[in-house]
Each structure stands twice: as structure tokens, then as C-alpha cells.
Ligand binder design. Structure first.
Ligand SMILES: Nc1nc2c([nH]c(=O)n2[C@H]2C[C@H](O)[C@@H](COP(=O)(O)OP(=O)(O)OP(=O)(O)O)O2)c(=O)[nH]1
Length: 130
């Protein structure tokens, strides 16, 4: 089982998602950006590192949103998602094919990585009265 972190950034009621690059596992699927947790790091530190590596932005990790285990044919992942905020920089496309901001209600019409599907409900609940 690998530990994976994913960051959820909401601005103007839309959420930031990125399309996985051609040639990567889950190529063409959209994800909440992040990546594998590395030994010796906190989950939050992994997420900050991944956003810097993949988009050259600095984020602040605000709160845990959800976590779930998903079994892919080749690998099982424990996915931890966190609500984050961009605090510095403009998004640069360094490791994805595309990015977009989508309304939370539109997320279910997007080809999200299968492990990310439960995050949609958690996100709807968390933002219900906001
Ligand atoms: N980053 C991210 N990975 C996800 C999500 N959903 C999901 O199933 N995954 C899977 C895809 C991969 O099997 C794994 C994360 O791997 P990754 O390739 O993004 O990790 P990484 O940036 O550390 O990549 P690398 O060092 O192996 O190149 O988790 C998601 O929302 N975000």
C-alpha cells in the first residue's frame, strides 16, 4: 500500500484539477494534484513539495478533507486529501497536460482518477454552507 496525498484548492467556488500526463499511470485522468508520500515527511510536507515540483507554487495546507483506500489492479493506494490555499506564485504546467477550475457540482462529469470519486461527496458536504 502506498500513501498518496492530494491537494484541493478552492477559489471562487471552483476547484483546481489537473490532467495526468501522457505516459504516466492513469494517463488522461484528472486528479487533485499531489503525489506519493515519502518516508520522513509529514503528509502535509509531501503535499507542499509536490505543488512546488509540479506547479512552482507555494501552498498552505489548511485541513484534512478525507481519506480512503482504493485498489487498482496493479497497486493499492491510501489517498489523503487536504484543503489547501495557494499563498505564492502562479500555476505553471510542469508535470501535467492541462489544468482547469471546475464547479464542485461539475466534478461528477469529469473523468477523475477512480480513487478520487469519494472525495467529491466529502467536498460537497464540506462546502455545503460556505
Ligand atoms: N497525485 C495524485 N495521484 C493520484 C490521485 N488519485 C489517484 O488514484 N492517484 C494515484 C496515481 C498514482 O498511482 C499515485 C500517485 O502517484 P504520482 O505519480 O502522482 O506520484 P508522484 O508525483 O510522487 O510521482 P513519481 O515520483 O512516481 O513520478 O496515486 C490524485 O488525486 N492525485
Amino acid at each position: 500500500m502506498i500513501q498518496v496525498v492530494a491537494g484541493i484548492i478552492i477559489e471562487n467556488k471552483t476547484v483546481f484539477i489537473a490532467k495526468r500526463k501522457k505516459g504516466n499511470v492513469l494517463e488522461g485522468y484528472w486528479e487533485f494534484p499531489g503525489g506519493k508520500h515519502e518516508i520522513g515527511e509529514t503528509l502535509e510536507a509531501s503535499l507542499i513539495r509536490e505543488f512546488e515540483e509540479e506547479f512552482n507554487v507555494e501552498i498552505e495546507v489548511l485541513e484534512k478533507l478525507h481519506d480512503n483506500i482504493h485498489h487498482y489492479p496493479q497497486i493499492s493506494i491510501h489517498l489523503h486529501s487536504f484543503i489547501c490555499k495557494k499563498i505564492k506564485g502562479e500555476f505553471q504546467l510542469l508535470d501535467h497536460d492541462e489544468v482547469q477550475w471546475v464547479n464542485i457540482e461539475e466534478l461528477e462529469n469529469i473523468l477523475l482518477a477512480p480513487a478520487d470519486i469519494p472525495i467529491i461527496e466529502a467536498l460537497k458536504k464540506a462546502t455545503l454552507n460556505k
